[in-house]
Design a protein around this ligand. Structure first.
Ligand code: PEP
Length: 248
C-alpha cells in the first residue's frame, strides 16, 4: 500500500503563453485534489502564475535552475531567486537538458545542493535511453545518475524527489507499462536506501514521467513505488491535465 501522497507535476517545457496560463488557472483555481499538484511553466510566467494561484493549492516550480548563486552568468536564474519569487520546486537534469544543453551528473549535483540550500525541493530526473535499455544497462545508468548527483548529500529534514523518465518514453506516446516502471522504481528506492537509509528512502517521492495521459495515469500510480507523475505533453491541455490530477 502506497502511503506517500502523490505529487503530479506539469512540465510545460518551451510551450504555452498567456493563453495557456489563463486557461490553466481558470481550470485549477478553487479545485481540491487529493494529490499535490505543481506546474512548471517557463521562468517568465512564474510570477504571474503565482499571483493568479496564490489562494489555490497548486505549487509552482521551474524546469531548470542555475548551478551558480550570482554573478556574471548571463541568462541564468538562481535557486534563491526562484525561492524569492515563491517557487516550491525545481526540476533538475531533465533528459532534454542533458541531451541538448550539456547537463551532466556533476552539474546536477551542484544544482541539487543549491536548490536544497534555498529551501526548495529538487526533483532529480533520471532515465535511460532506448539503446541503453536494449543493451540491458538501465540499472547501471540509473546507478550512476543517482550516485553521482546525490552521494554524500546531507538531507537533514529537507525534501527531495526523483523522477524516473525513460528517455524512450518521453514525448513518444509509448509509456513504460506500470509493471516495467514499478521494477525500475523499486530499484531506484533500493539505491536511495543505500544513499540515505531505509527510513528516509521510504519517504522520498519517486515520480514516473514519459507519455503519461489520463488513460494510463491511474494504473501507473497504483504501483507500490510510483508516488507521482511528471507530465509533459498532456499538461498543455488543462482539461486533460485536470483529469490526470483527479485520478491521482
Ligand atoms: C517530460 O518531458 O517531462 C515528459 C514527461 O514529457 P511527455 O509527458 O510529453 O512524455
Amino acid at each position: 500500500m502506497n502511503k506517500r501522497v502523490p505529487i503530479v507535476i506539469a512540465n510545460w517545457k518551451l510551450n504555452g503563453g498567456i493563453d495557456l496560463l489563463c486557461t490553466s488557472v481558470a481550470a485549477f483555481i478553487g479545485k481540491h485534489f487529493s494529490a499535490k499538484i505543481a506546474i512548471c511553466p517557463p521562468y517568465l510566467y512564474l510570477r504571474d502564475m503565482l499571483n493568479f494561484l496564490q489562494h489555490s493549492e497548486i505549487m509552482i516550480g521551474t524546469q531548470n535552475v542555475s548551478k551558480y548563486e550570482s554573478g556574471a552568468y548571463t541568462g541564468e536564474t538562481s535557486a534563491q531567486m526562484i525561492k524569492e519569487a515563491g517557487g516550491s520546486l525545481c526540476l533538475i537534469g531533465h533528459s532534454e537538458r542533458r541531451q541538448m544543453f550539456h547537463e551532466n551528473d556533476p552539474s546536477c549535483k551542484i544544482k541539487v545542493t543549491r536548490v536544497l540550500n534555498s529551501g526548495l525541493m529538487p526533483v532529480l530526473c533520471v532515465g535511460e535511453n532506448l539503446q541503453q535499455r536494449e543493451a540491458g544497462i538501465t540499472n547501471d545508468v540509473l546507478f550512476r545518475q543517482l550516485h553521482d548527483a546525490l552521494d554524500g548529500l546531507d538531507l537533514g529534514d529537507k525534501r527531495i524527489a526523483v523522477a524516473y523518465e525513460p528517455v524512450w518514453a518521453i514525448g513518444t506516446g509509448k509509456a513504460a507499462t506500470p509493471e516495467e516502471a514499478q521494477l525500475v522504481h523499486e530499484y531506484i528506492r533500493s539505491e536511495l536506501t543505500v544513499l540515505f537509509g531505509k527510513e528516509r528512502a521510504e519517504s522520498i517521492h519517486i515520480l514516473y514521467g514519459g507519455s503519461v495521459n489520463k488513460n494510463n495515469a491511474y494504473e501507473l500510480l497504483s504501483q507500490t513505488d510510483i508516488d507521482g507523475l511528471l507530465v509533459g505533453g498532456a499538461s498543455l491541455d488543462p482539461e486533460h491535465f485536470m483529469q490526470i490530477c483527479l485520478h491521482a
